[in-house]
Structures are given as structure tokens and as C-alpha cells.
Design a protein around this ligand. Structure first.
Ligand code: DAH
Length: 343
């Protein structure tokens, strides 16, 4: 019996198979109910006790060899599946590398920057962590203004002197930083992230993006404001775009206005995006309040200026017909890859 088992071990070592059904046949032949292993274990019962130890070991070795061989054959079939095919067709197109695309908010931000840069605006930046002075007080917010409330503002540190550390709630803080470090004429835009303590929904988020604009010089008038914003609207939304300015209120501008553009989806006829009005509200603006100039030590008897601010998410929603703001932040490739653009 000993010789028989050794012969089988050698035989198993030389087994080969090309398909999985051949492997299955080997398994049945050796390990199946009526297979060789069970037959040998039956015979094992009959052998004299003094041979049992040696033969038992050999039998176990044979069983292990069969199992190892079957595993090996299975693996080699799996790994060799396409090697032949790959060799065959050298003319096949290569697998194109999938490149990422710019985020829709980056695309829109860059377009806005480009338009304002073309008429002399310079990009300014400042920190996202700010103090009360630059976000509120220097912008003429009254002490009890609701925007300072815990409900809107993320406070980082409360301070004795009330100049609390906050996350900026708007990019208007960059106006103040720029006026502090630079004498007029000033012509700047400030793109950046802003933070508000709001519940996240299809229309609101606690983190979003704005672009602030500021122009200060001698003799700047409301007509300049209108002309600059009309130029922007035509460049961004198309040559036929109209604008209208509605009176509004912001603490830092006087007079203040809300700017609408004619709906570029229905051409002003009225649709569900513009809610039948033919107009889309896109930004706040106004003449810089003299108190704001004075707070940053700019003489309001010599200089005047205008400011404007818009939300990038909203502009991108109008441009691309995006209905839910949360899509911008979920990083779902199926959403993002629709916005192709050069890097
Ligand atoms: N800071 C305003 C906001 O966050 C937007 C804004 C309105 C900015 C009017 C301005 C402006 O500069 O003149 O809602």
C-alpha cells in the first residue's frame, strides 16, 4: 500500500487541466464520495497496527497534495484568461485615461474673475476666520443687528471687548481689509468661502461661496455701478441680457439695491426658474455708505464708491439649471463630470 500511495503522490504532482470542468473531474476522481481517497481510507482500516502510523502520514500527504494541486490549477486558469486575446489585436484603441474636470463652482468663479479682471478689478483675499470688526462693525452693522446673532454666525471665541472671533458670514470683510491696507483708487473683487449657521437644504448650506466687488475713487457714481454690472451681466449671461435694480437695504451701502438679470432660460417670457417673472435675482449692491469709508479712514468728502456681492452657488445654479445646492458638495462623479472645462 505504501508504494501505491507514493505513486499516487507523483501522479497528482503531474496532473494538469485547461478548463474548470477538467478540474472538477479531478476533484471527483480523488476527493469525491466514491473517489480514490475514500477507497484508500477504507483499505487503511485493514492494515496491521504497526504500519498504521507511517501509512497514515502518507495518506494525509496525498490528500494535501490533491487539495493543493486543485487550488493551483484553479488559480492558473483565472490568471490566464485574457493573455492570449491581449496579444492578438495590436490595433485596438488604448484605454483612454479618464481625466477629472473642474468643479462647477470653480468654473463659474473663474469666469466671473475673468470678466471683472478685464475691466481692471484686482483679486484680493483675506482670512476665513475673522473678527467682529471686519465682518460687522466696520461695515456699519448696528450693535443689535440680527446678522450678528448666534443663529447666523459661527463664533469661534467670545471676547471681553466684544470683538469676537467668528467665521466670516460674507466676503464683504475683504472690502474692509483692502481699504485698511490700500489708499484709493481701489478696484477689487474677492472670491471666497463664507459660513452661516443655517440648516442644510436644497436652497441653503452652512458653507458657500461669494464674490465681493468694490470700486472706490473720486467721483464714482451710481451710473458707474450700473454700467459695470450691466457689462458683467452681458458678458456672463449673454449679449441680450437686461438688468434691473430694485431698491433694497444693506447696512454698508446707501442707497442699496438688488440686481436682477432677465431670465436667460425663457428669454424674459416667464418660466418656472424665474417663477414666471422673467427676472432672476443675482446680487446685492449699492453705493458704499460714508460710515464704511470713514471706519477704514478713507475721507468720504473726497472719495465715493460702490460695492456688490453675489453667491457663486446661486449664479452656477442659474447658469446650469442645478436645482439642489447640496449637489455641489457631495462630490458625486456623475454630477461633476457633466461640467467639462479646460483646467
Ligand atoms: N454681503 C452681502 C450678503 O452677504 C452681499 C452684498 C450686498 C455685498 C450688497 C455688497 C453689497 O458689497 O453692496 O448678503
Amino acid at each position: 500500500m505504501k508504494e501505491k500511495i507514493i505513486q499516487y503522490i507523483e501522479k497528482v504532482d503531474n496532473l494538469s487541466a485547461k478548463t474548470s470542468s477538467e478540474i472538477e473531474n479531478i476533484r471527483i476522481e480523488y476527493l469525491g464520495k466514491k473517489g480514490l481517497m475514500n477507497e484508500l481510507f477504507e483499505q487503511f482500516k485493514e492494515i496491521p497496527p504497526q504500519e498504521k502510523k507511517e501509512i497514515g502520514l502518507l495518506l494525509n500527504n496525498l490528500k494535501k497534495s490533491v487539495e493543493t494541486k486543485i487550488e493551483f490549477l484553479k488559480n492558473s486558469i483565472e490568471n490566464s484568461y485574457s493573455k492570449e486575446e491581449d496579444k492578438e489585436d495590436l490595433t485596438k484603441p488604448y484605454n483612454e485615461k479618464v481625466l477629472g474636470s473642474s468643479h462647477p463652482l470653480s468654473i463659474v468663479r473663474n469666469q466671473i474673475i475673468e470678466i471683472f479682471s478685464s475691466i481692471g478689478y484686482v483679486v484680493e483675499e483675506a482670512g476665513e476666520i475673522e473678527d467682529d470688526w471686519h465682518v460687522f462693525s466696520a461695515l456699519n452693522f448696528a450693535e443689535e443687528h440680527p446678522a450678528r446673532d448666534m443663529q447666523d454666525t459661527f463664533f469661534i471665541e467670545k471676547r471681553e471687548d466684544n470683538n469676537h472671533t467668528v467665521l466670516r458670514t460674507h466676503t464683504s470683510s475683504v472690502q474692509v481689509r483692502t481699504m485698511e491696507k490700500q489708499a484709493p483708487p481701489i478696484r477689487m473683487i474677492a472670491p471666497g468661502r463664507v459660513f452661516r449657521n443655517e440648516a442644510i437644504s436644497a436652497r441653503a448650506h452652512c458653507i458657500f461661496h461669494q464674490i465681493e466687488g468694490l470700486y472706490i475713487d473720486k467721483g464714482v457714481s451710481f451710473a458707474d455701478l450700473k454700467q459695470n454690472l450691466l457689462y458683467f451681466a452681458k458678458e456672463f449671461f449673454g449679449e441680450n441680457t437686461q438688468i434691473r435694480l430694485r431698491p433694497s437695504y444693506f447696512p454698508f451701502t446707501e442707497p442699496s439695491a438688488e440686481m436682477d438679470v432677465s431670465c436667460n432660460l425663457c428669454g424674459g417670457k416667464g418660466c418656472n426658474i424665474c417663477k414666471g417673472t422673467g427676472w432672476l435675482e443675482i446680487m446685492g449692491c449699492g453705493m458704499v455708505d460714508p460710515n464704511v469709508l470713514e471706519a477704514s479712514k478713507i475721507d468720504s468728502s473726497i472719495y465715493s464708491g460702490f460695492a456688490f456681492g453675489m453667491g457663486i452657488e446661486r449664479i452656477a445654479m442659474l447658469k446650469y439649471g442645478v436645482r439642489d445646492l447640496r449637489l455641489y458638495f457631495e462630490n458625486d462623479i456623475r454630477f461633476l463630470e457633466q461640467f467639462s472645462s479646460s483646467f
